[in-house]
Ligand binder design. Sequence first.
Ligand SMILES: Nc1ncnc2c1ncn2[C@@H]1O[C@H](COP(=O)(O)OP(=O)(O)OP(=O)(O)O)[C@@H](O)[C@H]1O
Length: 263
Amino acid sequence: MSALLEVTDVTKSYRGRDRSLISALNGVSLTVDTDRRIGIIGESGSGKSTLVRLLLGLEAPSTGSVRFRGREVSTLRGSELVTFRREVQLVSQDTSSSFDPLRTLRDAVRRPATELLGMSKADADAAVDAVLESLAVDRSLAERRPGQVSGGQRQRFAIARALIVKPKILVCDESVSALDVSVQGAVLNEIKGYTERAGAGLVFVSHGVPATAFVSDELAVMNRGDMVELGPTARVVWTPQHPYTARLIEAYRALSADASKAA
Ligand SMILES: Nc1ncnc2c1ncn2[C@@H]1O[C@H](COP(=O)(O)OP(=O)(O)OP(=O)(O)O)[C@@H](O)[C@H]1O
C-alpha cells in the first residue's frame, strides 16, 4: 500500500528579482506516514518552509512528485481534495495573520468542522468544546477575537483548528518558536500527545533543535536545499553523520551554553 504522503526527488526553483534562478530544493525525498514523527531542522533559507508548502499542496514542485495516497497532489479534485485537506493539517508560524481579526476564535475553529466534515453548526460547536477541553483551553476564550488573547493562547487555538478534523498528518512550521519558553513546553506536549492518542504522523519544522528533538523520533537536516541527513533523532543529535549536522548541533550547544552562563 502506498504511503499517506510521499515526496519523491523534488526540486523547486524560484525566479529572483533579477530574474536569476534560486534553487530552494535540489532533489529531496521524504515519506510521511501515520507511524512517523519527523523533525526537520536547518538554518534560515535551507528550504524547510518550501518543503512544507509542497507537502501541503500549496505549491507544485518544479520537478519530482508529491503524492497523497498514491495520487499526485496537484491533480486532486473534489472529494479527494477534501480528504487531503482534512487529513493533512498545518499549524503555521504566524497565527496573528492566519485568523480573521473580525471573527471569534470559536468561528475559526468551527469552520473546518463544518466545511471539511460537513457538520451542522451545533455538532461543530460541540466538537469545538471537546477539542478545547482536550487542549486544556479555557472555553470562554473562544468567544474572543484573535487580537484579544495572548500569542500562546492564539497558538493553542491554531492547534485546535487543525486537530478538530482529526488529521492523520500534522505539519507544524515554526509553531512554537515565537512563544515564551514556559509556554513552548506545554504546546509541544499537546502536539506530541495528539499524535500518540490519534495515531497520527508529524512533520515538525523548526530552527530550534531541542524542541524538534523533543517531539520527533526521526530528524531530517536541510542544508541549502539538500536533505543531508535523516535518521533516528538521538542518533542524529549525538552522532551526526554529516559534517553540516555536526556544525549545526555544535552551534546550538555553544549558544545554549552561553545562554545558561548569562542567566
Ligand atoms: N516565493 C519565493 N520567491 C523567491 N525565492 C523564494 C521564495 N520562497 C523561498 N525562496 C527562497 O528559497 C530558499 C529557501 O527558502 P525557505 O523559506 O524554504 O527556507 P527556510 O529554511 O524555511 O528558511 P526560514 O527558516 O528562514 O523560514 C531561500 O533562498 C529563499 O529566499
